[in-house]
Design a protein around this ligand. Structure first.
Ligand code: BTN
Length: 246
């Protein structure tokens, strides 16, 4: 497993990993102490203050199918990292790319494909942001209910330790992807608590209500909308708190 690459400050670890994709060894985790222009999904920014959280991007050169499969790899790795750091805590995956604790987001994943001149995928950069030692006050500035490990456990977490752990769980998950994808996929489906639930899905074009009936191997959501099964590759899911049993 390659050593993580530690950067003090960068605009975005995803941008850095994409720009240096060819020279970075396969499976490198690029880590930053702070990001000045952290990127979130759907053009949003990702709050990245200095020395507080994990901001990291994993280089996948062997993943040339869909970036959504990289999200499967990265979200399970993040879940494993969180569970090993705070056992007995209710962490779960919320399609398409979030890790939640109860009703609050604690980590987000942003996978970006690296393509060649003919638009063929050469690999993926999987960006992970985990709220680790963020105070309740700062969390309140986020535009949706959010939490951090500090907020949940009441204890400050050693950032270096949790980042090294993420480098390890990411590498492990990536190996499982390459050798045993069906097992990884089955686990990802099980950890997605949305399965079987009624949700509202906000896409770029519409808001659709339906029941989540399954997930496809490319990470797509299969929704039963008024008796018809429709496939979605992205979107924001809204779910009634009461339909999650915790
Ligand atoms: C989201 O939930 O919107 C995705 C957030 C992803 C944030 C991480 S932090 C490290 C990496 N670098 C970035 O600029 N973004 C990702």
């Amino acid at each position: 497993m390659p050593q993580p690459l530690w950067l003090k400050t960068v605009d975005s670890t995803n941008r850095y990993a994409a720009q240096n994709f060819d020279s970075l060894p396969e499976g490198t985790l690029v880590v930053a102490g702070q990001q000045t222009a952290g990127r979130g999904r759907r053009g949003k920014s990702w709050l990245s203050p200095k020395g507080v959280n994990v901001y990291a991007s994993f280089v996948m050169k062997n993943l040339v199918t869909s970036p959504m499969q990289a999200t499967i790899v990265a979200s399970l790795a993040t879940l494993d990292c969180l569970r090993q750091t705070a056992p007995e805590t209710n962490f779960w995956l919320k399609w398409p790319n979030d890790v939640f604790h109860d009703h609050c987001k604690i980590a987000g994943i942003l996978c970006e494909a690296i393509a060649d001149a003919d638009n063929r995928i050469r690999g993926v950069v999987a960006g992970v942001g985990i709220n680790v030692n963020m105070s309740r006050e700062t969390l309140n500035a986020i535009d949706q209910p959010a939490s951090s490990l500090l907020n949940i456990t009441g204890q400050k977490i050693d950032l270096k330790k949790i980042t090294n752990l993420l480098a390890f769980t990411m590498f492990q998950s990536y190996i499982t992807y390459s050798t045993l994808f069906p097992r990884l996929f089955a686990r990802w489906k099980k950890e997605n608590l949305l399965l079987g639930k009624v949700v509202d899905l906000l896409t770029e074009r519409e808001v659709v209500s339906g029941r989540v009936v399954d997930f496809g191997t490319n990470g797509e959501l299969l929704l039963n909308v008024a008796g018809k099964i429709r496939k979605f590759y992205s979107g924001d899911v809204r779910i009634d708190r009461k339909s999650l049993d915790f």
